[in-house]
Design a protein around this ligand. Structure first.
Ligand code: FES
Length: 274
């Protein structure tokens, strides 16, 4: 919420004690570029993922057992035959429920509450603040101390669900080594699925909650050498968490898009074996 002009003298960056600078910022570089690209990138992903999650077409390649991550696991009678790797405990679903409804809310929660994405959308969408040394258009700042932002603390629980989902994606990638006539098969789709799942693991394991789960609350690392080693590895990945956050948005879209093209017979899968 922007500060009414009358209150600007007493709120936020215009509070007494702050430097009396009338301009919103003295920066002359393109500080607005980063938040703008973030808005465009996140919006494009949300639109694509939403449309694909609801269309219910071209998500399974029966010949090669390719299943897009947006429909995994597919657990209802509405799923096309063969795409339900874990059975169909749910009946037919109305069109307004995505077939991946069991895990999509958790994956959305995991990404929404991710420490990196929080920073990204607070700065870009909410402009709080849009960049260093650029005044934000809000009156006050309460951080994440009130509802609904207090719910961001649930991130650690979403992390454990995301681990399970990544295991399921891994299973999907392994079962996709399937030839047209049965047995082993290997094509470009497998390369895309495997690369995607490796990067999903990198994103999930580099999570700040994972870092805490492996090495948090320890008083003496020397007394817990295994956890210390795990914490060290996770910490290394954690420094690249932002990169994995963006790359996995791209690989998820690429994986889904490729499977959509093959499943709809728009292109043929490039086969190496089977
Ligand atoms: Fe980004 Fe946990 S901090 S997924």
């Amino acid at each position: 919420m922007s500060a009414p002009a009358a209150e600007r003298d007493t709120a936020g960056v215009f509070s007494p004690g702050r430097a009396r600078i009338a301009a919103r910022t003295l920066r002359s570089d393109r500080w607005w570029l980063s938040p703008l690209l973030t808005v465009l990138g996140l919006s494009a992903f949300v639109v694509y993922a939403t449309v694909r999650s609801f269309v219910r077409s071209a998500y399974w390649v029966a010949d090669y057992h390719y299943l897009t991550p947006f429909y995994s696991p597919c657990l209802s009678d509405s799923c096309v035959p063969g795409s339900s790797h874990f059975g169909t405990p749910f009946p037919e679903l109305p069109m307004w429920i995505p077939l991946g409804f069991v895990v999509l809310p958790f994956l959305l929660g995991f990404r929404l509450t991710c420490y990196y994405y929080r920073k990204a959308y607070y700065r870009s969408f909410w402009q709080s603040p849009p960049a260093c040394a650029v005044a934000e258009p809000h009156r006050g700042y309460t951080g994440e101390t009130r509802l609904p932002l207090k719910l961001q603390n649930a991130h650690r629980y979403f992390f454990y669900v995301a681990l399970i989902v990544t295991v399921i994606n891994t299973y999907d990638a392994i079962t996709a080594f399937h030839g047209k006539d049965g047995g082993f098969g290997f094509g470009l789709g497998n390369v895309i699925l495997v690369v995607n799942v490796i990067l999903l693991w990198a994103y999930t394991v580099s999570c700040h909650s994972c870092r805490h789960a492996t090495g948090g609350r320890l008083k003496h690392f020397s007394a817990h050498p295994v956890r210390y080693w795990m914490w060290t590895q996770v910490t290394r990945l954690n420094t690249r968490h932002m990169m994995f956050a963006w790359i996995t948005l791209g690989t998820l879209v690429l994986t889904d898009f490729y499977i959509m093209l093959v499943a709809s017979n728009t292109i043929s899968d490039l086969r190496f074996v089977g």
